[in-house]
Design a protein around this ligand. Sequence first.
Ligand code: ACO
Length: 356
Amino acid sequence: MSDVVQSTIVDASPTGVPSAMTERPLRVAGITGLGYYVPRRVLTNAELERIVDTNDEWIRTRTGISKRHLAADDESTADLAEKAARQALRDAGVSPQDIQLIIVATCTPDYQGFPSTASLLQDRLQCSCAAFDLGAACSGFVYALVTAQQFIATGAAQNVLVVGAEVLSRIVDWSDRNTCVLFGDGAGAAVLQAVQPGYGMLGFDLGSDGSGGELLKVERGDGAGLDTGAEHIGLLTACRNRIIQNGREVYRFAVNVMGESALRALHTCGIASEDVDLFVPHQANVRIIDAAAKRLRLPSEKVFVNVDKYGNTSAASVPIALCEAREQGRIRSGDTVVMVGFGGGLTWASCVMKWV
Ligand code: ACO
């Protein structure tokens, strides 16, 4: 990817035979606008103590999570996505009519199958553009950034809206202490545009290992009610689909893949890990983040962590973290930022961006 700016493409005819008529340089996409939204309702560890056999101390020491935000009963993934997207568009100074493509990374779409959450968002924003959902669980946002880069590189799109949005609380089994303490709801969005040479996406690494699919999956529910006690604190318990995971195995996978994938992405653009200004990892568990940072030999001031406030918001976690990092002045123009996601599939995704 390091030579992407210098590369050329040859236009292909509709039959796939290169016409070789026009050559144009590939372009590089950068993030020019960011936005995020989390629902108002906060669920604390103390409230979880009332529905499963757990305690605040265990959750904080084993995961780093203190609280998470949950969508209201009438709030959907598209609602969260819309709020984050409008903020990102304002931040970039781009009108919805100028967007050519919307990608929504989500594993909790409003509808099973269709319409996609991206199409719902396209209608709400009144964009005239292509729109599709991307399913790569917690790696989804970084997968979507890399996908957007390909459209921008070829000139197929000038302005792409990438959103990570989740209402995971609807697929959490509130009777399972192994999983219900981990997840939260939220959305983050980014506008991508072509940027000047040397900036934007310099390298990436994407991967999948479906042989580990059973370790982390969403099982289809029959819609029957679950007797969990969660309704006492206002949580929906009619069991729809639910997250099932082998926590220990996912932990082992995550600790290895986060550091390794980030290093591969850095290798593709010839950047050393000591030259990274900020590492923005998927926020699943502070111990996983610490292990990845150690593998990359990054000091804690170069690692962004906000899992304590939001829990694991899957595809929304990296864009929410990017927004907060920038708000806190921890991402500035010219910084080298590395993002890494891992999750169900199993999947992983990393990218290196020189911030515009
Ligand atoms: N409260 C109290 N005790 C608990 C809880 C809880 N909430 N959850 C599990 N325990 C118990 C277990 O039952 C076990 O008890 P036992 O020894 O009597 O059987 C004990 O704590 C230790 O269990 P472990 O699984 O070894 O605990 P661990 O330290 O590994 O932490 C955790 C568990 C937090 C789930 C960890 O394994 C983890 O973070 N795994 C990765 C999860 C993850 O990141 N998923 C990503 C999803 S990404 C996506 O795509 C959606």
